[in-house]
Design a protein around this ligand. Structure first.
Ligand code: MP5
Length: 215
């Protein structure tokens, strides 16, 4: 009798967090983005907060790359790092067009999440990679769901495309392959907790920009 192959690590982490995972694409921010009904102020808040996030994310990824155990891992992380400059250019162009000041204080949730990215590196490469995979996989799955129901003339098209295009979803799949390899197919308990914490922070981040969290 044949037995089903064990789940790859990334899939088992997502399956363990199915309760949170299903909330991601259903989040009111993302649902309204797809319908094209998101209030401009909410999108503006996200733009400014996510710009802060990506600025820290780039430093996190550079430090993760420096911890990577081998050349294939470094090749993959360097490819992800290279994408962050055009992404920041996209954020800055959209902010300039919308008259937004990017040089502001991030909110407590965005700041907390960005700090956690950097703190996760204190536990080493595997821990940082789990957090990277959680953040990127959450973004890929959430924006892919938005794309599936997006109205053709959504004003947020370039952002929807950025995280739902094959170039990005293939990168996330490769991160999953790397995670499986470096963990020998099994995430340890602290790594499982780090993944769940990351998904929770993703959801809190959406809440914060949707409701306009302040200090
Ligand atoms: C990402 C992001 C994806 N931009 N913002 C949050 C809150 N989580 C994940 O990172 P990247 O670098 O834009 O692919």
């Amino acid at each position: 009798m044949s037995r089903a192959a064990p789940l790859r690590v990334g899939e088992s982490l997502v399956a363990d967090n199915a309760d949170l995972w299903r909330l991601l694409p259903a989040h009111p921010f993302l649902a309204a983005t797809g319908r094209g009904t998101l209030p401009a102020e909410a999108f503006d808040r996200w733009l400014v907060e996510d710009h802060h996030f990506v600025v820290v994310f780039r430093r996190f990824l550079a430090r993760l790359l420096a911890l990577a155990p081998d050349e294939p891992a470094r090749d993959l992380l360097a490819s992800g790092l290279a994408e962050l400059t055009p992404e920041l250019v996209l954020f800055r162009a959209a902010a300039a067009e919308r008259g937004l000041d990017l040089d502001t204080e991030p909110g407590p949730t965005g700041l907390g999440y960005a700090c956690y990215l950097l703190a996760s590196l204190e536990d080493g490469f595997r821990s940082g990679l789990v957090v990277l995979y959680g953040a990127e996989r959450a973004y890929a799955d959430a924006w892919t769901a938005v794309r599936e129901r997006a109205v053709a003339d959504s004003p947020y098209r370039s952002f929807i495309e950025n995280w739902s295009a094959p170039a990005f979803t293939d990168y996330v799949a490769e991160l999953g392959t790397l995670l499986h390899r470096v963990t020998d197919g099994r995430a340890a308990e602290p790594e499982r907790r780090a993944f769940r914490r990351t998904v929770r922070l993703e959801l809190r981040f959406w809440d914060a920009v949707y409701t306009g969290e302040t200090w």
